[in-house]
Design a protein around this ligand. Structure first.
Ligand code: URP
Ligand code: ZN
Ligand code: ZN
Length: 485
């Protein structure tokens, strides 16, 4: 077969094993894997002394999101350029219906935000914010090519909050359609009560932004995860806990999975590399996100959960606010726009602190950043692995070359970074999306608007990727060529 491009001589990570060799690309697809592919007539990309890994899927992203009285600062242009620089080739955002919007309207709205701007491929989780109105629209969205839905157990003031009736009813429908419900699990009533008790001028003066972690003890997340798990167990509906931040959450998920409950958990990279001591800093308010950063023991438990298999995915929950937007708080922590930039640093942080930090292998990292997210979100086998027939989405990274995180040199619209000054390896020297080079020599070269919406079919997501121990199971459906180990 005539190949258009050959990625030559890299250390190629596939679900079936890692080998030094070549990846052959024909059109938008991976067409060959081998030790010395015939380069005649093909463009070559030299990957000698580099890892060639599957493009990263960040399945938890908010771009241009109206939230906390402002709009998040990265749109599909800056956000996807940032992602590409960090080796991200697919993202999933959340389409949220606003006043009077149907689920279809929400999807249309988010399509408009992405079209003509997105550099990488994308789709959306469809948010159910008014159960009575939205429940009969779910089936139509499945037919339209959306297979993941989302409910928030908090955010009443945003008009997004779902109650137990909605969670239960949605999970019943997820079982019926073979789809999955993503849940932001925090206990709304207790959280509101704790916030109200602390919302006094004296305490705000005394503690400032530290009130953010002080009013969200771990049981706020743990109780809500436990309750959502209960509804998943009762209905058999597939559940995915987003941005899990607590050790207690990991314990609950592990126990539920052992009972056979169809629940999966994601954490975000910030919960693996930061803890709530950042709130002691003068600019600690910048780090307010929801859920907030937790304690070092939680950080440790989440790494353990990645190894044990109860944490299946690492994402970012990118929701960028500039310093000016964060300054809206004026000393009242309940007014801080919650969220942080993340797309650009997901792979570098996971690689540096996970792989170079000796906490996970490169194969396990690819499982958590690419293969598992693709399988769980019904995007495999098209996305998530270096295998014949898959989209040619690749990140080529140097094993040790480090860059200093410098917001002024980044693609995100954020004028700060939670990781400013950190030395990180794992930025993409080259990012390839469906055969196109979109990052070359660490610089974005791809054209905005080239990204496509990804239609999904239900029921493809595979059960084994949800189970404990699924971190690095070689998958026989993704064979690597004989002699290419
Ligand atoms: O702080 C965050 N995570 N903002 C985005 C909204 C959410 O809950 O994911
Ligand atoms: Zn959330
Ligand atoms: Zn989020």
């Amino acid at each position: 077969m005539q190949l258009d491009t050959i990625v030559k001589g890299g250390t190629v990570v596939t679900p079936g094993g890692t080998f030094v060799g070549d990846v052959g690309i024909a059109g938008e697809k991976i067409a060959a894997l081998g030790s010395s592919l015939d380069a005649a007539g093909a463009k070559t990309i030299d990957a000698t002394d580099h890892y060639v890994i599957p493009g990263v899927l960040d399945v938890h992203v908010h771009l241009e999101l109206p939230f906390c009285g402002t709009v998040s600062a990265d749109d599909y242009r800056s956000g996807t350029r940032a992602g590409a620089r960090g080796g991200v080739t697919t993202l999933i955002d959340f389409a949220i219906p606003y006043a009077g919007d149907s689920l279809n309207d929400a999807a249309d709205n988010w399509m408009k935000k992405a079209e003509r701007k997105s550099l990488i491929d994308y789709t959306f989780h469809i948010c159910i914010t008014r159960w009575n109105e939205h429940k009969d629209q779910i089936e139509g969205m499945v037919k339209r090519g959306f297979t993941t839905f989302k409910e928030f157990m908090i955010y009443e003031s945003e008009g997004w909050q779902s109650d137990d009736r909605a969670l239960y009813g949605t999970l019943e429908k997820m079982r019926e359609y073979g789809t999955m419900l993503l849940v932001h699990a925090e206990s709304a009533r207790v959280l509101d009560e704790l916030i109200a008790r602390h919302h006094t001028p004296e305490l705000m003066k005394q503690y400032g932004a530290r009130l953010h972690p002080m009013t969200r003890p771990n049981f706020v997340e743990a109780e809500a995860i436990q309750r959502a798990v209960q509804w998943s167990e009762a209905t058999g509906g597939k559940l995915y806990i987003v941005h899990m931040s607590t050790g207690e959450g990991a314990d609950i998920i592990r126990a539920a999975q052992a009972r056979g409950v169809p629940v999966i958990a994601e954490t975000c990279v910030q919960y693996l590399v930061l803890d709530d001591s950042v709130f002691e800093r003068e600019d600690g308010h910048l780090f307010a996100c929801c859920p907030q950063l937790k304690k070092p023991k939680d950080v440790q438990r989440l790494w353990q959960g990645l190894n044990g298999g109860e944490v299946s995915v690492i994402s970012t929950d990118t929701c960028t606010f500039t310093r000016e937007q964060k300054a809206m708080w004026e000393g009242d922590w309940t007014k801080i726009p919650m969220g942080m930039p993340g797309l650009e640093t997901l792979l570098p942080l996971t690689y540096t602190h996970g792989v170079l930090g000796g906490r996970m292998s490169i194969e396990d990292m690819c499982m958590k950043l690419s293969t598992n997210p693709a399988r769980i979100m019904n995007l495999a086998p098209r996305k998530g692995s270096i295998s014949i027939g898959a989209d040619a989405d690749l990140a080529i990274i140097h094993p040790t070359r480090k860059h200093t995180v410098d917001p002024s040199a980044m693609e995100t619209n954020a004028d700060w970074s939670p990781f400013e000054g950190w030395e990180l390896a794992g930025f993409a020297r080259t990012t390839v999306s469906r055969g196109d080079v979109i990052v070359d020599d660490y610089r974005v070269v791809g054209k905005e608007g080239r990204g496509v919406w990804l239609r999904r079919e239900s029921g493809i997501g595979n059960r084994e990727s949800m189970l404990p121990g699924a971190v690095s199971i070689p998958d026989s459906r993704f064979p690597i060529p004989a002699g290419a180990r």
